[in-house]
Design a protein around this ligand. Structure first.
Ligand SMILES: *Cc1c(COP(=O)(O)O)cnc(C)c1O
Length: 485
């Protein structure tokens, strides 16, 4: 055993080896030195703990293994990827990409100081949300606005401010779980409001709400069922009916619309997404939605509605805990500015640009890319195919969007192996497995990424075999992409 320990090369010897010298050229030398020490400590420990004699790799092999290990340790898991899953609002892949105008403004504001809570004209203290509120009011007709960390935060804060210690009436058909961690009943419990469920899973009528209203009632709440649909004999009470009830009994009506569409998404084949302005015009007192779903902006939760309610929400202590920073506000402001015209939004907001791309355009690209991929050594066959995909995170899963894909079959190994190799490649590419092929769906790929996509497939043939056995961070099954939110 001690023999083996004595045969382990020294740190200095290893640092002189070609693979580690190469690594030290572009990684920090201190990182490489401490990485080698760390690796050797682990190795010695392993040798000592081993029951039988351990076979040491040759010094060259050992150096190569350490270099790979350090390089992997130095590469963050969170990195840019090409989303070829076709799911446009993929929570695992960061939901909506941001517009260039938003990014430029964000970088400007982040690099130095910025007038976050100072009115430049007067030098007096100001509301950090003022610019965003002004444009939100103009775009939606809302009386007032607040912005917090995300829509879960918006729900928590709204319920805490308007309904703590009292009851909020919600239909049993709308008690949603989204993304595995957001459950409306749990958020409500933390807010201090009491959930009063009414109706049944498939049917809830205005009469059910009316019968539940009492002295303890603070609000009626409607929740957009973002990631599921109940089909068959169903009935949900309209917002107009809830508003009428709310007015008559003097309780607030809260509408969690989820995605926050500012435009009608029907033209893109996405039907039934509630629109912010419509909800307000129908009389909802408070409307809640995410900033990084159909709005195509930064992660945040937007609260719009009547001034009296928004004022109470803003004064609540949780507001301070959930508030957003200057980066989010700047990016949100620039994104909202682009939404002032639909044409502008379609050109400049990446999500809308992807969604509004004609299928013929995707077909063209798929037909051009497929033969290039078919020529790659890791690929047995590549074919352009028409398919359907889903918006993801915040739309009913039945809503199919037309798309074109390149369907790949690996030259050797399994489909999972091919998917994994693409994820671990440079750039990292996420596709989706459908039946016996790996689809690279162009609905969620920007045209500027087409060449990179081909390059990523080409590199597969030359890459060293994958040794890392870590679990993929995101499942490849399309079902998982669709139901997440
Ligand atoms: C997505 C969604 C949420 C959660 O929003 P986050 O911004 O992810 O916190 C809440 N409610 C509905 C209806 C949603 O669609």
């Amino acid at each position: 055993m001690s023999n083996v320990l004595r045969n382990i090369p020294s740190v200095n010897e290893l640092l002189e080896s070609p693979p580690l010298r190469r690594l030290a050229n572009f990684a920090n030398r201190t990182t490489v030195v401490s990485g080698v020490r760390h690796f050797l400590d682990n190795l010695r420990q392993e040798v000592q703990n081993a029951a039988a004699e351990v076979d040491l790799p040759t010094p060259t092999e050992l150096a190569e293994r350490i270099a790979r290990w350090i390089a992997a340790e130095e590469t963050p898991n969170l990195r840019p990827v090409i989303n070829a899953t076709g799911i446009l609002l993929h929570t695992g892949l960061g939901r909506a990409p941001m517009a260039s105008a938003a990014l430029d403004a964000l970088v400007d504001v982040a690099r130095g100081y910025a007038s976050v809570e100072v009115d430049v004209a007067s030098g007096q203290r100001s509301q950090r949300v003022a610019d965003v509120e002004r444009i939100l009011k103009r775009l939606t007709g809302a009386e007032a606005a607040a912005v917090v960390n995300n829509n879960a935060g918006a729900t928590l804060l709204t319920l805490a401010a308007l309904a703590s210690g009292r009851e909020v009436i919600v239909s049993r058909g709308q008690l949603v779980e989204i993304g595995g961690s957001y459950r409306l009943p749990e958020v409500m419990e933390f807010s201090g409001a009491r959930l009063r469920e009414v109706g049944t899973t498939n049917k809830t009528r205005a009469e059910d709400y009316r019968a539940a209203i009492g002295p303890q009632t603070a609000a009626l709440m409607r929740v957009h069922t973002s990631n599921f649909a109940i089909v068959g004999f169903t009935e949900q009470t309209s917002l107009a009916d809830l508003v009428e009830l709310g007015r008559r009994h003097e309780v607030a009506v809260i509408d969690d619309i989820g995605s926050g569409a500012l435009h009608d998404f029907g033209v893109y084949g996405v039907e039934g997404e509630p629109m912010v302005g419509e909800s307000l015009r129908a009389g909802a007192d408070v409307v809640l939605f995410s900033g990084d779903k159909l709005l195509g902006g930064p992660q945040c939760g937007i609260i719009l509605g009547r001034k009296q309610y928004i004022d109470s929400i803003r004064r609540h202590p949780l507001m301070r805990a959930l508030r957003v920073d200057k980066l989010t506000l700047t990016a949100l402001f620039e994104t909202l500015r682009l939404h002032q015209s639909r044409e502008r939004a379609e050109q400049a907001i990446p999500l809308l640009e992807l969604l509004s791309t004609p299928a013929a355009n995707l077909q063209n690209r798929a037909e051009r890319l497929a033969p290039q991929m078919a020529a790659c050594s890791a690929i047995a066959a590549a074919e352009a195919i028409a398919a359907t995909t889903y918006l993801g995170g915040g739309s009913v899963p039945m809503q199919e969007i037309v798309t074109w894909c390149i369907a790949l079959r690996p030259a050797s190994g399994s489909l999972d192996g091919l998917a994994k190799a693409l994820r671990n490649g440079t750039p990292s590419v996420f596709g989706r497995i459908q039946k016996d092929r790996l689809l690279l769906d162009l609905r969620s790929v920007f045209p500027r990424q087409d060449l990179e996509l081909v390059e990523a497939v080409r590199r597969l043939g030359t890459a060293a075999p994958e040794t890392d056995s870590a679990e993929p961070p995101v499942s490849d099954s399309p079902g998982d992409h669709i139901v997440e939110g």
